[in-house]
Design a protein. Structure first.
Length: 437
């Protein structure tokens, strides 16, 4: 014990020298072993780590190539959710809103609705200044006529609906358990999910329709018992058909790895009869499920884990199902529902006339096709082209009509590159063509 105390004193005195005292310099560390050592003198290698340089995210405003009046107006979201508007008549691009984090909620004939990070709503007309929209709470969904479904918190909390020019109306109490919400095309009904007991890790839910008189009606229930759902999972997303007579519902287990390997269940539900028709599994990506004006449903069949083996299928209104392309994705319909376009696995796209069966290939002059959509006439196309040779997602938007292929916008994107491209309908709104709700 005395020896230990002595050692402590010695160390302490060496660390705290009296004023004016000096400490002998220690020899500088060497990269070689002392020659007097019996070991062989060997230089120590200096570590040299060469890491692959990481790409720097570069979000820049989109650039226009000039005027193209027939292209109309294109509103684009950048990687931060800022909005820019291209006017084909003038060829200019201008920022619409200085804030970031906007997502497209609904496209109409006169413009588009966007929802911000805090649940605020703005209407962006094809020309003119954006307008703030009163929604009554945190916005969840916007209807075709501009009606807003929102959620409030606090003493007057619950689910609210507000039609243009009217006061907000509470339709459900806060403890009802409302989740996913989608307006029907008439703006008079809501499809929404309900989760009653939220104490489970991955909770089952049920799909309801709120009728015009405000009463909820059960369509589909995923409960096996109070805290477990069936093998397909819970309802994760709903999409009304344009006529409002059918609903496409995708289901998820809430486990990303499980859904990636097993796929997400897809159902077509008839609200009139409550009949649910299973269509197998999909990769559960919003741009891979699309209704036509005629009630046909184009969808990708397969899983995210084996996306290269997924098939683009078409369910006709009579219930028949055919395979359109063994490696197709990103379906888009013409306004009349008589033509279907999609992205192919080889980097091209295709357009088919469903009546005549004629099919023609479409390619980007400057990269692979990442998205495609029709104008209102069904004769012109807007292409989203992924530019090659970059670690960042860089895109151009091209207008194709009557044998002409013209760049409308470039320098779109700028975020890190992923194998799966963005949803074209969520990246750009186009005045000349239909949106996808």
């Amino acid at each position: 014990m005395r020896a230990l105390m002595l050692a402590i004193v010695v160390v302490g005195s060496a660390a705290c020298l009296p004023s004016g005292a000096t400490e002998s310099a220690s020899p500088a560390p060497s990269n070689t072993v002392n020659p007097s050592s019996p070991h062989v003198s060997t230089p120590l290698a200096t570590p040299s780590l060469t890491a692959r340089p990481q790409p720097t995210v570069s979000i820049l405003p989109p650039l226009a190539r000039g005027a193209l009046p027939e292209a109309g107006v294109v509103v684009v979201r950048d990687g931060f959710g800022s909005l820019y508007r291209y006017d084909g008549a003038t060829g200019r691009v201008e920022p619409v809103i200085s804030f970031t984090g906007w997502t497209f909620a609904r496209q109409t004939a006169s413009g588009l609705y966007a929802i911000g990070l805090q649940g605020g709503v703005v209407f962006v007309p094809w020309s003119g200044a954006p307008q703030i929209v009163t929604c009554g709470g945190v916005a969840l969904a916007i209807s075709a006529t501009g009606a807003c479904a929102s959620r409030r918190y606090g003493p007057d909390g619950g689910l609210y609906v507000q039609y243009p020019g009217a006061a907000p109306l509470r339709i459900l109490p806060p403890d009802w358990g409302a989740g996913q919400i989608a307006w029907d095309p008439s703006s008079r009904r809501l499809a929404l999910t309900r989760t009653v007991d939220q104490r489970c890790v991955r909770c089952p839910n049920a799909l309801y329709v709120i009728t015009p008189d405000g009463s909820p009606r059960l369509l589909y229930d995923t409960h096996v018992d109070e805290t477990h759902f069936g093998p397909l999972g819970a309802v994760a997303r709903v999409l009304w058909s344009p006529a409002g007579d059918l609903i496409a519902a995708s289901l998820s287990t809430g486990c990303a790895g499980c859904d990636s390997s097993a796929g997400n269940g897809l159902l077509v539900i008839d609200p009139a009869s409550d009949r649910a028709i299973p269509l197998g599994v999909t990769p559960e990506m919003a741009p891979d499920i699309a209704w036509s004006a005629n009630g046909d449903l184009a969808f990708v069949s397969g899983t995210l884990e084996r996306l290269a083996d997924s098939e683009l299928k078409l369910r006709r209104r009579d219930g028949s199902i055919t395979t359109i392309d063994p490696r197709g994705s990103r379906p888009a319909w013409s306004a009349a529902g008589d033509r279907l376009a999609w992205v192919r696995g080889d980097g091209s796209a295709a357009v088919v006339d469903l009546a005549g069966g004629d099919r023609r290939p479409i390619r980007c002059a400057d990269g692979d096709v990442a998205g495609i959509r029709f104008d209102s006439s069904g004769e012109a196309l807007l292409l989203l082209c992924r530019l090659p040779g970059s670690d960042l997602d860089r895109y151009s938007i091209r207008y194709v009509a009557s044998g002409r292929d013209t760049v409308v916008l470039e320098q779109v994107g700028g975020t890190l590159a992923y194998a799966i491209g963005p949803d074209f309908f969520d990246l750009a709104a186009w005045s000349q063509g239909p949106g996808r709700e």
